[in-house]
Design a protein around this ligand. Structure first.
Ligand code: ANZ
Ligand code: ZN
Length: 825
């Protein structure tokens, strides 16, 4: 390596990457047994190049992986590609190539980028979700879910993005626009496939309690997304009809205050209620206008609450009273039962509606400190109180009355307790080419016929057209013209593909044995490796991806593949990388290309910078000086180690009694550093404080060896070895190189994480005299080297002294280092 004290990062990084690859140091096998540790970073979409967000995410994961290996864990740390999706399709159309070739090229490029960063992945486990050896297993799981009744097809109004020409899941609609292209989302009626995630709503909610290793805010977001409400479902008979309307309310205590009924315009009874009546025309017009208005409105737009009287009435089963039935634009068919008992006195929405349509307001919950009068109320009282005008329930506390009223409805057989979730079933159909084909066939005679498992995979067409345009599947006759597997007649293959969130819902399971050729999942390997011990990724996936992955885990358990209930024991959501106050992104034009940085400073410097600049869960502000600083630090360590290579020859054990002052000081700092670094990593991976601690040790070593000729070689060796070992997970090539240069024969990566000696780490204590006006009043024992400021504080905090001073403000405090504090009052 030429002159030994120039840090030649390029050569060093290449050398070690080759060595690690040759020796397969990062390969994991469950057959070696031992304590396992599965660390996983969310796999990337192969967009073309890695960005600083990836660098950060993967640097964090890599430190965890390397640290755990040094602690003796059998570590699984895989990487792969979330490779289906729209960008490939768009790029392919623009360039006239197949999405597969665009994707493969990107994967090759990005794999090299990741390798250049020295990330310790088990590359033998690499998977790409767009390859048949992945998606065929997903198709098989689809069929097994279908058999189990966990998948169904229905016609729905879907969110349609005209730009992407695809259906979007509810969560892919952000403020009314497509999450990907910002195009306004339109409603559209279509047939689609649904996963019954709602069958797991209760378990998905209840198990949030065991996710103690997740950030509280993510747990809360999941809880809100599932959105459980408990209340009463109750039947209101329709007058002059055999039908009744079931309502859902979370406020059964207000049931004596109902003055009208509101139905969603999509409510199945609505049209029949008004058929052949004088109201028919008006109601049908209203339905049509409301549906149209909903299509035009952006979801967050505040719309005026309007409705129309149906001319019909229903009966409140608690009072026998006739209640007018309205159709209203604010009742949602997708929530509860699509029918709301309206209580204007206690629900603001109903209040506004009642005032607008001249409907009565009846107060049935009186608050503690005022008397509500319907005639003068200007808004609804939604709080608790004492029930009034509520027959036998009058006088009860409103909260307590809820259970009593539900029990009464149950006893009289017109209602009972009911639970509703905001969570909807997961619509997975996409009208896209670049996704996993849904493995069913539509037959005119047999209906929907699953593709027999032995005919899987249903492959995407290869390069069919000379110009390479991939065309949607429903335009590719060769793809969809098939004969029915059941009756042999001409039939049509399903041309929808699956939402790409399906692939990312189980890739972490497949990693436990990605090359298995006859089953989707290796149950033995999965039992050994799962759950993932540490999952790391962006907070933008806090709801959807994590919820789907949790659902798949439970579902795969019920299909007999897994024995766990939850996939990710610990979750770390890393902050964003920002520059000039904004998230680094192409659209903002403020990206820093990791390639340029690696070229200019080396991967280790870039890793060190990203780990040092902020704790993982915080945003990382890009800062050019920070990279310079990281580079200077590594150069400094490089020179330090090379200057003292001879100390590594030492083979004597350390006897603390033998050490001179400077050596003892260094030895103490060494053990303190091991302790601080270990504790910083263990408490939420605070690598930034770990790195500061190592920097302090480096500084002390430089200072002491600079001024002290007779540094004990054993203490110096221990200090330098400790610096290299503790830094290794963060800057592995660098440390491995210096480790070798200092004469070690085994790889540093296979070394054991050092223990610290509490005794050696303890600060030496010295005795300080505290005087008040020159008279000795107390003696304090403090760590050697405590500075003036801290000594003053310790003296003033002493009980005897503070009693003596009695809140008098000292005029002057004199400190004599290492000896005394004199307080003048
Ligand atoms: C009567 C009532 C009286 C209500 C009162 C509230 C206050 P959460 O808590 O979000 O679950 N509701 C029920 N189904 C609805 C639908 N499909 N569209 C619009 N609103 C609907 O909300 C439950 C409450 O929202 C229910 O309780 C119902 O109004 C309304 F003083 O019933 B409530
Ligand atoms: Zn058939």
């Amino acid at each position: 390596m030429g002159t030994n004290d120039k840090y030649e990062y390029k050569a060093i990084e290449q050398k070690w990457q080759q060595r690690w690859a040759q020796e397969k140091t990062d390969r994991a096998t469950h057959r070696t047994g031992g304590k396992k540790y599965y660390v996983l970073e969310m796999f990337p979409y192969p967009s073309g190049r890695i960005h600083m967000g990836h660098v950060r995410n993967y640097s964090i994961g890599d430190v965890v992986a390397r640290y755990k290996r040094m602690q003796g864990f059998n570590v699984l740390h895989p990487m792969g590609w979330d490779a289906f999706g729209l960008p490939a399709e768009n790029a392919a159309m623009q360039r006239g190539i197949h999405p597969a070739s665009w994707t493969d090229e990107n994967i090759d490029y990005m794999r090299n980028q990741l390798k250049a960063m020295g990330l310790s992945y088990d590359w033998d486990r690499e998977l790409a979700t767009c390859r048949p050896d992945y998606y065929r297993w997903e198709q098989q799981l689809f069929l097994e879910m279908l058999e189990k009744g966990l998948i169904y097809r229905k016609e729905t109004v879907v969110n349609w993005c005209d730009d992407c020409r695809t259906v979007l899941a509810r969560e892919q609609v952000v403020d009314g626009v497509c999450w990907r292209c910002d195009q306004l989302v339109q409603p559209k009626t279509m047939h689609g496939w649904f996963f019954k995630i709602t069958a797991y709503a209760e378990e998905l909610l209840a198990d949030l309690d065991i996710l103690t290793g997740w950030p509280e805010k993510v747990v809360t977001m999941q809880r809100n997304w599932i959105g459980k409400s408990t209340g009463l479902a109750c039947d209101f008979k329709v007058e002059n009809s055999t039908e009744s309307i079931t309502i859902f309310t979370t406020r059964p205590d207000t049931i004596f205050g109902v003055t009208f009924m509101s139905l969603a315009v999509e409510h199945p009874l609505l049209k029949s209620l008004t058929a052949d009546t004088s109201q028919e025309q008006e109601v049908n017009d209203f339905i049509r206008e409301t549906v149209l208005a909903k299509q035009r409105a952006t979801p967050d737009q505040e719309t005026e609450k309007i409705g129309v009287f149906t001319g019909r009435h229903c009966i409140n089963p608690f009072t026998g009273e006739r209640i007018p039935i309205y159709a209203a634009n604010f009742v949602l068919m997708e929530y509860g039962t699509g029918a709301v008992m309206a209580v204007p006195a206690h629900d603001q929405r109903d209040f506004e509606f009642a005032r607008a349509y001249g409907l009565p307001v009846r107060v049935v919950v009186q608050p503690q400190d005022e008397q509500l009068d319907p005639a003068t109320m200007s808004m609804a009282w939604e709080g608790p109180g004492i029930l009034a005008d509520s027959r036998q329930f009058s006088g009860m506390d409103s909260t307590a009355a809820q259970a009593a009223i539900i029990a009464f409805a149950e006893e009289k057989n017109f209602g009972g307790p009911h639970i509703t979730y905001r969570l909807r079933d997961w619509g997975i159909s996409r009208q896209r080419y670049w996704g996993a084909p849904i493995p069913v066939i539509h037959c005119g005679t047999c209906g929907i016929v699953p593709v027999p498992k032995n005919q899987l995979p249903v492959l995407l067409p290869g390069t069919d057209r000379p110009d390479g345009d991939h065309r949607p599947l429903h335009q590719q006759e060769k793809f969809f013209m098939v004969s029915c597997p059941r009756c042999g007649e001409m039939a049509r293959r399903e041309t929808d593909t699956m939402d790409t969130f399906v692939e990312s819902s189980w890739y972490f399971v497949r990693y436990t044995n990605p090359s298995l050729t006859d089953h989707p999942i290796d149950e033995e390997a999965a039992r050994y490796w799962l759950p993932v011990d540490q999952y790391i990724g962006g907070v933008e996936h806090a709801i959807l991806h994590l919820l789907y992955a949790r659902f798949f885990t439970k579902m795969l358990r019920d299909l007999g593949y897994l024995t766990i209930d939850e996939p990710f024991t610990n979750l770390l959501t890393q902050g964003m990388v920002i520059k000039d106050g904004a998230k680094m992104s192409k659209s903002k034009g403020n990206v820093v290309d990791p390639n340029d940085l690696i070229e200019r400073y080396g991967a280790d410097t870039v890793r060190l910078f990203s780990l040092f600049a902020a704790p993982p869960e915080r945003d990382l502000e890009w800062n050019a000086q920070g990279v310079e600083g990281a580079s200077r630090f590594l150069n400094r360590v490089y020179r330090l180690v090379h200057r003292h290579l001879d100390c590594f020859q030492n083979v004597e054990p350390i006897d603390r009694a033998d050490l001179n002052d400077a050596s003892r000081k260094l030895h103490r700092k060494t053990h303190q550093t091991i302790q601080r670094v270990t504790e910083s990593i263990e408490s939420n991976f605070h690598f930034n404080t770990a790195i500061s601690a190592i920097m302090e040790l480096v500084n002390l070593t430089v200072t002491l060896t600079g001024e002290q000729e007779d540094m004990h070689p054993a203490a110096l060796k221990k200090a330098l070895e400790t610096i290299l070992t503790l830094l290794f997970p963060m800057v592995p090539h660098f440390c491995e190189e210096l480790w070798e240069a200092s004469g070690h024969r085994h790889l540093l990566g296979s070394a054991v994480w050092p223990d610290y000696d509490r005794e050696a780490a303890r600060e030496e204590e010295i005795l300080i005299v505290v005087q008040v006006n020159g008279k000795v009043r107390a003696r304090l024992s403090v760590p050697a080297g405590t500075d003036d400021q801290a000594l003053q504080q310790a003296a003033l905090a002493d009980q005897k002294i503070s009693q003596l001073l009695e809140n008098k403000k000292p005029k002057k405090i004199i400190v004599v280092q290492g000896k005394l504090v004199n307080i003048v009052v």
